[in-house]
Design a binder for this molecule. Structure first.
Ligand code: AMP
Ligand code: FE
Ligand code: FE
Ligand code: ZN
Length: 284
């Protein structure tokens, strides 16, 4: 079984529509796929229908922008009730923060000599409800300021870059509780990617599992080297939680993240399914 549990569509900062994602997943020989767009469930209905028509397993997911001690942490939720109001309200608040920071980012880019207009960015956003830095990157590419999204992040938009503007994100512990309250399973995305190991060392991941019931974390991800994967896998095994593997596919938006680039094992997928059904049945 080929199981890829973290992907994006054009509903956030990927480039495939949900239907295209499913067709590409079938073409990549996947048996199960999860869609985890940033801070929105907007693509789930279309992807669910396309997956049913294509006969591929589908898990509805989300990737929530969280904050832990001032650092951005991405939190995956699987099998959440999309109608659960406290979660829906929180996601709307994050999406509003994404829009609100745009003028300041564009101001900084202009000062840096690489101006783009709001309209140029919005042309890249299209009708996606979740506006992200990758859309700004695409506008910079269209203007010829940079060659691709990676150069835009490396030179301007990365968290420590000169055009970075912070935005609202949910406190991590609250995010985990919201996912559980919505009947979903909680998994921290790429915990040791891009310098987040300092805020999420083994001791913190252990505490999150033991004290608030985090259901697992991503292990096989392109931002983790072999040593990080080995350590995280051993930790997940010792804690008895899900060790997730995924491509974090963004369509043509991210090179080196093709569908199936990393997979979740069947054993870990069963662990995730168990966590989802436990969360589903234990809802308050
Ligand atoms: P935002 O959602 O606006 O905070 O932008 C973060 C998104 O941009 C991530 O989910 C990735 O898809 C992408 N991203 C973040 N850092 C980089 C980077 N250094 N290079 C390329 N893409 C990145
Ligand atoms: Fe993304
Ligand atoms: Fe992420
Ligand atoms: Zn992602």
């Amino acid at each position: 079984m080929r199981i890829d549990l973290h992907t994006h569509t054009s509903v956030s900062d990927g480039t495939d529509t949900p239907t295209e994602l499913i067709h590409n997943a079938v073409a990549a020989g996947l048996d199960v796929i999860a869609l985890c767009d940033h801070d929105t469930f907007g693509g789930i209905p279309e992807a669910t229908a396309a997956a049913a028509a294509a006969g591929i397993g589908f898990v509805p997911g989300i990737e929530i922008s969280c904050d832990y001690q001032g650092k951005g942490v991405h939190l995956l939720g699987y099998g959440c009730d999309m109608e659960y109001q406290p979660l829906a309200v929180e996601l709307a608040k994050i999406r509003a923060g994404r829009k609100q920071r745009l003028p300041r980012t564009l101001g900084l880019l202009a000062e840096l000599g690489v101006p783009v207009t709001t309209d140029e960015v919005m042309a890249k956003v299209g009708d996606a409800p979740s506006v992200g830095r990758p859309h700004i990157a695409d506008a910079l590419v269209a203007r010829g300021h940079v060659a691709d999204r990676k150069e835009a992040f490396d030179r301007f938009l990365a968290d420590d870059g000169p055009a970075y503007v912070p935005r609202y994100a949910t406190e991590l512990l609250i995010g985990i509780d919201l996912i559980h309250a919505a009947g979903g399973a909680s998994i921290i995305a790429h915990p040791w990617g891009r310098g987040s190991k300092e805020v999420l060392p083994e001791s913190v991941l252990t505490q999150l599992v033991r004290e608030i019931g985090l259901d697992g974390f991503e292990v096989d991800h392109n931002e983790h080297n072999a040593a990080a994967r080995a350590e995280l896998r051993a930790l997940a095994r010792s804690l008895g939680v899900v060790a997730l593997g995924s491509s974090d596919y963004h369509g043509t938006g991210k090179k080196n993240h093709p569908l199936g680039a990393n997979l979740t094992t069947e054993a870990d997928f069963h662990r995730l399914e168990n966590a989802m059904s436990r969360r589903h049945h234990h809802r308050g």
